[in-house]
Ligand binder design. Structure first.
Ligand code: HAM
Length: 421
């Protein structure tokens, strides 16, 4: 009887080499830029209490209502696989009383998130985010610095075709007034909108603005815009963010409908989209959340941050053909005859210890087959050790691109290879 193989769960996937090399390169660029802007890494658990997300992301959002992986643990506690990490970062900030240290906290994270969405290109149920959060300042220059860092990062990974969409969703005070205006406007049109919008027109009208139903779009476009209802402080904050972006030569597009699908935002919100991505075109999203700490039982602490969808970032990097995914193999070590195996393995170890990428096979084989493997692996050099080489103490080094071959003492090989790569 044939046993059915078990497959990965729908919406999740295995990432394999050589693509994982690209993931690592993007992560190392991100770590580099975070270090330059003085962010430290935070690692929070993948599992959190469900209440963390219903309180912060919002009970009436798509994420909490439809997309969370939530289950009752054996002791009946409700747990959720994190759909995002901002709430977790703020929870940790409160739990470890980081606010007692004063000053601002800059934290970044890289890791998997879980949302039960309909899988398609660029949308997965387990996906990865590279994110950063700044806690402790409400200054608009922090917003500008965060965006400056993002623009620098995208340039470093070779993404140049993108749009920065920018908006302000105001503070609870001016938003309350706007919501009244919005509710009133929705009163006359909601009857012709989708079921979700009809309900949200009453429960959480802001969420109507991120409805994706095609037929609702012309109606939504005509609704009053939050950017026209900011109070003087929020207006001033937004104007300073935009003037700082202009001063840095960063172009942006003010997008009044950009209220983002999470409830914790205040003032600045933004997204970066890329045409190379198709329908799921948001590479990253973020914004301010000046009230989130208090929502989670902490002291008043303004904050701003972003999360880059790493899966989509990789797609965009691949589309731009900006980074190589292959890590070049410096050398393939070929040994002929049992006596050559130990010196060959020693040489491989020494080269690897120097950071060179080296492959060696431990099964005996004919030279022709071994050279075939060297060229299939696209090794830059083949190093051949046989009886003759053992006798003279000089190994054969074949340049696989030119075909030239020379003899070399083992002690000189590292520096020679390093000089050629
Ligand atoms: P978000 O807009 O929900 O924001 O997600 C950020 C990014 O994660 C999206 O722009 C997208 O690239 C990626 N993403 C989201 N869902 C999926 C999915 N199912 N498959 C693949 N990629 C996905 C947040 O998560 C906020 N925590 C951002 C933030 C940080 N705001 C302030 N600080």
């Amino acid at each position: 009887m044939r046993i059915e193989p078990i497959r990965s769960v729908k919406g999740t996937r295995d990432l394999l080499p050589p693509e994982t090399n690209l993931w690592q390169r993007v992560e190392s660029e991100a770590r580099g830029i975070f270090a330059a802007y003085h962010y430290g890494e935070i690692r929070t658990p993948v599992l959190e209490q469900t209440g963390l997300f219903s309180r912060s992301v919002g009970a009436d959002t798509d994420i909490v209502m439809k997309e969370m992986y939530t289950f009752q643990d054996r002791d009946d506690e409700s747990l959720t696989l994190r759909p995002e990490a901002t709430a977790s970062v703020v929870r940790a900030y409160i739990e470890h009383s980081l606010y007692n240290q004063g000053g601002i906290h800059k934290l970044y994270y890289i890791g998997p998130m879980f949302r039960r969405e309909r899988p398609q290109k660029g949308r997965y149920r387990q996906f990865y985010q590279i994110g950063a959060e700044v806690l402790g300042s409400e200054g608009p220059l922090v917003d500008a610095e965060v965006l400056e860092m993002l623009v620098l990062f995208l340039g470093q990974v070779g993404i140049r075709e993108y749009q920065l969409l920018l908006n302000s969703v105001g503070c609870p005070k001016c938003r309350a007034e706007y919501l009244n205006v919005l509710r009133e406007a929705l009163g006359s049109v909601k009857g012709s909108m989708c079921g979700d919008c009809q309900r949200r027109a009453d429960t959480n009208p802001l969420r109507v603005l991120d409805c994706k139903v095609e037929a609702d779009q012309p109606i939504i476009d005509k609704l009053p815009k939050i950017i026209d209802h900011l109070d003087p402080e929020c207006r001033q904050h937004f104007d300073r963010v935009t003037s700082e972006l202009q001063a840095r030569g960063i172009s942006y597009q003010v997008t009044p409908r950009l209220v983002r699908g999470l409830d914790y935002y205040t003032r600045t919100t933004f997204e970066i989209t890329s045409g190379a991505l198709g329908a799921q075109n948001a590479v990253l999203g973020g914004g301010r959340y000046d009230g989130l700490s208090e929502m989670l039982g902490g002291p008043p602490t303004p904050g701003i941050g972003f999360s880059i969808g790493q899966d989509r970032l990789i797609l965009a990097v691949q589309a731009a053909a900006a980074l190589e995914s292959e890590v070049p193999l410096a050398a393939y070590v070929v040994w002929m005859g049992e006596a050559a195996l130990t010196p060959a393995a020693r040489l491989a170890r020494e080269l690897r210890a120097q950071g060179l990428s080296v492959e060696i096979d431990y099964d005996p084989m004919k030279i022709k087959k071994a050279m075939g493997i060297a060229s299939k692996l696209q090794a830059r050099f083949a190093i051949i050790i046989g009886e003759g080489e053992l006798a003279t103490g000089r190994y054969q080094l074949k340049d696989m691109t030119t075909g030239q071959q020379q003899e070399m003492e083992p002690g000189n090989i590292v520096s020679y290879l390093k000089g050629r790569l």
